[in-house]
Design a protein around this ligand. Structure first.
Ligand SMILES: Cc1cc2nc3c(=O)[nH]c(=O)nc-3n(C[C@H](O)[C@H](O)[C@H](O)COP(=O)(O)OP(=O)(O)OC[C@H]3O[C@@H](n4cnc5c(N)ncnc54)[C@H](O)[C@@H]3O)c2cc1C
Length: 332
C-alpha cells in the first residue's frame, strides 16, 4: 500500500467508525470535540500539511491532503472545520524565514501538542480589520477579527494584521483572553460546536519573535492561497456523506467530477470549482432530504444537519469571484 493510500485509509476509518457515529451529538453541543481532536493528533493528522519527519500522516501531495480534509469533514464537519484551521500555521512554520520559528513551532504544531486557530480578517480588501502598530520589541494589534473558530480548543492563533504601509504581519499568538484580547461567542445554526468567536484586539502586544513573516497586502491578494483549494474539500465532505446515505446514484459521478475540477484548477478556474463544490453540497443535501422523505425534518438526524451545513458552506471562505459564480449557478 502506498503512503497516500495508507493515510486515506486511516482517515476513512476514523471518519466512519468514530466521527460520523458521534456527529449528531457533537452538533447538538452534547459532546466536547476534544476527544475527536486528540484522536486526530494522536494519529498524526495535525501534521498532514507538514514534513514527513514529524508525522506519519504527512501528505505527499496537495490532492492527498485535500482528500484527507474531505474524508474527515464527511465524518463530522464540525470536527473537520476546527481541525482545518490548524494547517495554515503548520505551513507558516514550515516556510518561515524568521529566526527560531521553524525550530520552535513546527514539531509541536505537527504533533498537535500545539493547536492553532486562524484570524485572517486583516487580509480582506478595504481598510484593515486588524491593524499592527510598530512599538519597541514588536507590535500592538488593534481591531476585530469577526470569525475565529476553535476558541478554547486551540492554544495558538495564527493571525494577520496590517501596518501603515499596508504590509501584512503574520504571527503566532497565544489564544488566551486578556485585557487586550477579548472574545465574544458567535451563535450559529451550523457547526455551532466549533466554538467560533469574534476576537477584539485593543493594543494587544505581539512580540517580534512571534512574527512568522510579512508580505505586502497587494502581493498576498494576487496569490492563490492553498486554503482556497482546501476549503473546497469541506462541501465535498458534506456531498460525499449525503451520497453514502443515499446509496449508489448519479451523484457519485458528480462528486468525482467536482473533486477532479478542484484538483486540476489553476488560479483562473479555482473560484468556479469552489462555487461548483458549494452548489453540489447544497444539491446533495436536497437530494438526501427528498430521498429521506418527511423524516428529513426531524431534528438531530444526519439529513437536517447536512442541510444546515450545506447552507453554511455557501458562505464560508468565499471570495468575490466564488460568490459571483455561485450566484450564477443558483440563479440558473
Ligand atoms: C462559521 C464561520 C467560521 C469562520 N471561521 C473563521 C476563522 O476561524 N478564521 C478566519 O480568519 N475566518 C473565518 N471565517 C471567515 C471566512 O474566512 C471568510 O472571511 C468569510 O466566510 C467571508 O465572509 P463574507 O462573504 O461575509 O465576507 P467578508 O468577510 O465580510 O469580506 C468582505 C469581502 O471580502 C472578500 N474576502 C474575504 N476574505 C478575503 C481574502 N482573504 N481575500 C480576498 N477577498 C476576501 C469576501 O469574499 C467578501 O466579498 C469564518 C466564517 C464563518 C461563516
Amino acid at each position: 500500500m502506498s503512503n497516500s493510500a495508507k493515510v486515506l485509509d486511516r482517515a476513512e476509518r476514523i471518519a466512519d467508525e468514530v466521527l460520523f457515529p458521534a456527529a449528531e451529538t457533537v452538533d447538538a453541543g452534547e459532546m466536547t470535540l476534544n476527544n475527536h481532536l486528540d484522536l486526530l493528533a494522536a494519529e498524526g493528522f495535525y501534521g498532514v500539511a507538514g514534513p514527513s519527519e514529524f508525522s506519519a500522516m504527512s501528505a505527499e501531495d496537495t490532492a492527498t491532503a485535500a482528500r484527507v480534509m474531505e474524508i474527515i469533514a464527511s465524518g463530522c464537519l464540525t470536527t473537520g472545520f476546527v481541525w482545518a484551521q490548524h494547517h495554515s500555521a503548520v505551513m507558516a512554520a514550515t516556510h518561515s524565514q524568521r529566526p527560531g520559528i521553524t525550530q520552535e513551532w513546527l514539531e509541536p504544531l505537527c504533533r498537535g501538542d500545539r493547536r492553532a486557530g486562524l484570524a485572517i480578517a486583516a487580509t480582506r480588501p478595504g481598510p484593515p480589520a486588524v491593524r499592527a502598530e510598530p512599538v519597541d520589541g514588536g507590535w500592538l494589534l488593534h481591531g476585530e477579527a469577526p470569525w475565529v473558530t476553535g476558541w478554547g480548543l486551540v492554544d495558538t492563533l495564527f493571525a494577520a494584521a496590517r501596518d501603515d504601509a499596508d504590509t501584512l504581519v503574520w504571527s503566532l499568538l497565544d489564544a488566551r483572553e486578556s485585557d487586550t484580547l477579548r472574545v465574544t461567542p458567535v451563535d450559529m445554526v451550523a457547526v455551532g460546536a466549533s466554538r467560533t468567536v469574534q476576537v477584539t484586539f485593543t493594543g494587544h502586544f505581539l512580540p517580534e519573535e512571534r512574527v512568522t513573516g510579512t508580505v505586502p497586502h497587494e502581493v498576498y491578494l494576487q496569490r492563490d492561497p492553498a486554503t482556497l483549494r482546501f476549503n473546497g474539500s469541506l462541501p465535498l465532505g458534506v456531498a460525499t456523506r449525503c451520497a453514502r446515505l443515499i446509496g449508489p446514484s448519479p451523484l457519485d459521478e458528480s462528486i468525482d467530477r467536482c473533486r477532479r475540477a478542484l484538483d486540476e484548477a489553476g488560479p483562473q478556474e479555482l473560484p468556479s470549482a469552489r462555487a461548483a463544490a458549494a452548489a453540489l453540497a447544497l444539491r446533495s443535501a436536497g437530494l438526501l432530504a427528498t430521498t429521506t422523505g418527511s423524516a428529513a425534518v426531524l431534528r438531530h438526524r444526519p439529513t437536517e444537519r447536512l442541510m444546515r451545513e450545506a447552507m453554511f458552506l455557501l458562505v464560508f471562505g468565499t471570495r468575490p469571484a466564488i460568490r459571483a459564480d455561485l450566484l450564477d449557478r443558483l440563479h440558473a
